[in-house]
Design a protein around this ligand. Structure first.
Ligand SMILES: [Zn+2]
Length: 81
């Protein structure tokens, strides 16, 4: 099973679950948070499971933060001047 990162909203535990509604048409699979209930539905009719997992695990990173990380990585690689 693919590792799911914690919830991007509250840091809660993520689960690969199934919502069992009264009818099969209303039931769905999802990647979601056990705490705040944020979720991404997936099924054969819409998003595939793999897409839902990638979307759940993707985090927004501001450009400045990305640049900072690159500079830190370069600094560490070079060692102290
Ligand atoms: Zn959450």
């Amino acid at each position: 099973m693919t590792d799911l990162k914690p919830c991007p909203f509250c840091g809660g535990k993520a689960e690969d679950g199934y919502y069992d509604a009264y009818s099969a048409d209303s039931s769905f699979d999802y990647i979601g948070c056990t705490d705040c209930k944020a979720m991404i539905e997936y099924d054969d009719r819409g998003h595939a499971r793999a897409e839902a997992i990638v979307a759940w695990n993707t985090r927004y990173k501001p450009k400045a933060e990305e640049l900072f990380d690159q500079q830190i990585a370069e600094y560490v690689k070079r060692g102290k001047p």
